[in-house]
Write a protein that binds this ligand. Structure first.
Ligand code: DC
Length: 233
């Protein structure tokens, strides 16, 4: 999808953070917004997914917070844009597709719920965003990683719409699943992510709220651009 590059020269060094539940439209919107602003796109969930993938690969249990935290401090997670595709590497291995499998999706909530794991990953995220020029996306970016963000947005959508979007994404990646399965998965993850002890999914007091259930991606990006024009100085 081509999105116009918005000419917003005063937008140097800013941090824009997008929060919200799974399937609310955060990733697609953040990616296009970053592209249109010429900013870095930081997919924080992908980092937890990469760690989960790697842990499963080398036989570390998703419940083993000590080994996981040690791993999180040791591994190198990198983002690279190749031919307009945002890729993620862990210890040099391209895991862009591998981190989206149902298996990783099943275990990532548990891995990302450990305080020690979060501390290590959040430290890396803060480092990536230290000079601004970043659109960060993920369920603690407005509250924990970048509480000082220049603009915070909380995206939401109905469970059905979110499940439908996930189904489409999975289909594009050749993963076979059903709408019912996705609805169940989304509900389970919402429950887990909202009730976990460390950094639960919650809406920051100063975050703008938008329900994207009936919005196209383009509308979502434009809604945010208008907000930037009005509020970011
Ligand atoms: O957005 P996603 O589905 O790729 O996120 C994968 C998991 O990682 C999800 O269960 C919640 C977790 N996550 C997190 O705990 N903190 C973030 N900033 C981003 C994602």
């Amino acid at each position: 999808m081509s999105i116009p590059r918005y000419n917003l020269p005063r937008l140097k060094g800013k941090i824009i953070a997008l929060d919200g539940p799974a399937g609310s439209g955060k990733s697609t919107t953040a990616k296009l917004l970053a592209q249109s602003l010429g900013y870095i796109y930081l997919d924080t969930g992908a980092m937890y997914r990469a760690l989960t993938y790697f842990a499963l690969k080398i036989g570390v249990m998703p419940s083993d917070k000590i080994k996981l935290a040690a791993l999180a401090k040791k591994v190198s997670i990198e983002f690279k844009t190749e031919n307009d595709i945002n890729k993620i590497y862990i210890n040099g291995e391209d895991v862009t597709t591998a981190i989206r499998t149902p298996e990783v999706t099943r275990y990532v909530s548990e891995v990302s719920a450990h305080k020690e794991v979060r501390e290590a990953i959040v430290a890396q995220q803060m480092e990536i965003g230290k000079n601004g020029n970043i659109v960060a996306e993920g369920r603690d970016t407005t509250t924990v990683v970048f509480p000082q963000a220049d603009l915070k947005i909380y995206l939401d959508a109905s469970v059905e719409v979110r499940a439908q979007r996930r189904l489409l994404d999975m289909g594009k990646m050749g993963v076979t699943t059903s709408l019912e399965e996705q609805i169940e998965d989304i509900k389970r993850r919402d429950e887990y992510d909202s009730n976990r002890r460390h950094s639960p999914l919650k809406r920051a007091k100063d975050a703008y709220y938008v329900d994207t259930s009936n919005m196209t991606v383009q509308e979502q990006v434009e809604w945010i651009i208008n907000l930037i024009r009005k509020t970011v100085k």
